[in-house]
Design a protein around this ligand. Sequence first.
Ligand SMILES: NC(=O)c1ccc[n+]([C@@H]2O[C@H](COP(=O)([O-])OP(=O)(O)OC[C@H]3O[C@@H](n4cnc5c(N)ncnc54)[C@H](OP(=O)(O)O)[C@@H]3O)[C@@H](O)[C@H]2O)c1
Length: 235
Amino acid sequence: VAALEAAGAEVTLHAADVCDAAAMRGVFDALRARYGAVHGVLHTAGVAGGGLLRTRSRADMEAVLAAKVTGTLVLRELVAATPGVRFLTLFSSRAALNGLLGSADYAAANAFMDAVAIGTPPGAPVTVSVNWPAWHGIGMAGATPDHPAPDGGTHWRTVLAPDDWLVAEHRLQGRALLPGAAYFDLLVRAVRESGGADDLDPVVIEDLMLSEPLFVTEPTDVTVALTESAEGAWH
Ligand SMILES: NC(=O)c1ccc[n+]([C@@H]2O[C@H](COP(=O)([O-])OP(=O)(O)OC[C@H]3O[C@@H](n4cnc5c(N)ncnc54)[C@H](OP(=O)(O)O)[C@@H]3O)[C@@H](O)[C@H]2O)c1
């Protein structure tokens, strides 16, 4: 924004839900009243996916689909109905082309944008959908996942390296990852070494759900967060 202003542009901010057709029309009207015309639109609103479908509620998935499906339809109608608009650029993702593990809803939402661009009717403003790869360090791909420590719990830590036997021979799309069965080993070690069980005690694991793959492309800190319930079970 600072660079645009330094180059002589004027930047104004209007907040609106891209899924709300009336609110977006209000933004267009305000811009046309001030500047005379809207020449182009970049659709950059989006919500990242967050886990395998098995772990997602309908509401989670609708939140991801909304901005890119409903929002794209709202903007498509608006640019078609607004004289002078020359282009609509949709910020899609490479996830639409080759999928994204743990983000099927996000991949589908972006594929919808691509389909809208491909199906632009003759005479409509030029509509392109850009399949961006991840932008390093910024935006939704640069966000650090937040895994807070459980209250009163303990943390067991280890470091996994790409050449550890646990991961070296298990690869997905060329990247080493922790296979599902190895999570059991990690949990048993974490509980034993945190004092939850003696070496010869059996450890019973219930309700294990793997929500996303753990890729190990460089030495990676792994933390198992443990809390002990009143009944002596560890979570
Ligand atoms: N970052 C990447 O590496 C990458 C790669 C490929 C494609 N893309 C695409 O590029 C676009 C921008 O990405 P980003 O990294 O800048 O994302 P971001 O930092 O997560 O920002 C997305 C923005 O969209 C807004 N938003 C979500 N739903 C909305 C709605 N219904 N109406 C209005 N605004 C809404 C969010 O507002 P709130 O904060 O108020 O929720 C947020 O400001 C996204 O469409 C994304 O899918 C990004």
